[in-house]
Every structure is written in structure tokens, then in C-alpha cells.
Design a protein around this ligand. Structure first.
Ligand SMILES: CC(C)(COP(=O)(O)OP(=O)(O)OC[C@H]1O[C@@H](n2cnc3c(N)ncnc32)[C@H](O)[C@@H]1OP(=O)(O)O)[C@@H](O)C(=O)NCCC(=O)NCCS
Length: 169
């Protein structure tokens, strides 16, 4: 498995990745923000601009990377925010990630979060915030395995439920 930025060559694999979430009834894919019908060249450009910090506030610079299997399949995605804003401090934190349903339980999310941690450390981030829905046991396991420590549970007005906040480092 490799963890890479998206490229135009990944078009068919990306469509298969998205179709699997749709078939599973998972309309929202945490860390993947492009509309389903956006052309891949535009998605690649959006990712470049986001990483270069060319988006206006409240958007912060962020890096998106994809887990690509040895057969070329897109298995998962993460979005690592280079800095926090007030909203991300409450919900979202530095890193979000998703793994396609058929690839779960094989450690893909753990590898994605480890990669994101390395990327953020390389940018000088000392403490990394990862938030998680209290019912998302799989994500909590991933965060804890990457060294996350639950510091508090707070209420997210925006989402209408509690949120767990883990800090790494
Ligand atoms: C959460 C998610 C990213 C995990 O991806 P993954 O690749 O399956 O994660 P990993 O294989 O690295 O680790 C999952 C761990 O959770 C455990 N797990 C899985 N489902 C679980 C459940 N229902 N209850 C408890 N633990 C569970 C697995 O056993 C594994 O731990 P282990 O290796 O110690 O056995 C994936 O389920 C997903 O994409 N969910 C939808 C999007 C989402 O919730 N993203 C996170 C929000 S930021």
C-alpha cells in the first residue's frame, strides 16, 4: 500500500471508492469533500490549492492523501489540517479519515493516521487534535493506537451531539 496525493490516473479507482460508500448508504465520507461529479483534474487542483493555503478563511491549509492498494484500488483518504481554527478546535481537529467498507479492519486507517501525524510533525505541529463521535469505537481504537489520549468530551452545537477530543503528543 502507498499513501499519495490524488492524481488524474486514479480516476477509475476513485469512482469505485466513492461508489462503494454510496452503495453502503454512507453519503458523508469524512475527509473527502469534493462533490461526487467533480472532474478529477479539478479535484487534484482543489487539493493543491488547499495544501498551498490559497483558500480564504475560514478554510485553513490542509493536505489530502489517499491510501492506494498494491492493485491500484483507492482504499482510504485523510485530510490533515495544518492549523486549527475555532470550529476545528470544537469538532474536526487536525485530521479526518475514511476507509472504504470492504477494506476496513486491516489497519488502513491506522496507517493513514500515522502518515498524517508524520506530515503534521514535519510542519512543526507539536500537539495533534483528533475528534471522534463517542459511538465510533473503530475510530477511537485507531486514535488510541496512534498515541491519542482522550482529554475531554464536549458538546458540538453544530452537530447536536457529544464529541470526544483526543490529543497526540
Ligand atoms: C473508522 C474507520 C476509519 C476505521 O478504519 P479501519 O481501516 O477499519 O481501521 P483499522 O483497521 O486501522 O483499525 C480499526 C480498529 O477498530 C476495531 N474495530 C472495528 N470495528 C469496531 C467496533 N465496531 N467496535 C470496536 N472496535 C472496532 C478493529 O478491530 C481495529 O482494532 P484492532 O486492530 O485492534 O482489532 C472506518 O471504519 C471508517 O472509514 N468509518 C467511516 C468514517 C469514519 O468514521 N471516519 C472517522 C471519523 S474522523
Amino acid at each position: 500500500m502507498q499513501i499519495l496525493p490524488l492524481e488524474p490516473d486514479h480516476e477509475a479507482a476513485l469512482h469505485a471508492f466513492l461508489a462503494e460508500f454510496d452503495a453502503a448508504g454512507e453519503a458523508v465520507i469524512p475527509a473527502y469533500f469534493a462533490p461526487r461529479d467533480m472532474p478529477i483534474e479539478q479535484i487534484v487542483e482543489e487539493h493543491r490549492a488547499e495544501e498551498a493555503g490559497e483558500r480564504s478563511a475560514p478554510m485553513v491549509p490542509a493536505s489530502t492523501r489517499f491510501a492506494i492498494g498494491d492493485d491500484g484500488a483507492v482504499l482510504g483518504v485523510y485530510n490533515a489540517r495544518h492549523v486549527l481554527n475555532d470550529r476545528l478546535r470544537v469538532f474536526g481537529g487536525h485530521v479526518g479519515y475514511s476507509v472504504r467498507p470492504s477494506a476496513r479492519g486491516r489497519g488502513v486507517a491506522t496507517q493513514l493516521l500515522r502518515h498524517a501525524i508524520d506530515l503534521l510533525r514535519g510542519l512543526g505541529t507539536a500537539s495533534i487534535l483528533v475528534t471522534c463521535d463517542p459511538t465510533n469505537d473503530a475510530s477511537a481504537r485507531v486514535i488510541e493506537r496512534c498515541g491519542g489520549v482522550l482529554k475531554d468530551r464536549g458538546y458540538s452545537d453544530e452537530h447536536g451531539h457529544e464529541i470526544c477530543r483526543y490529543w497526540i503528543g
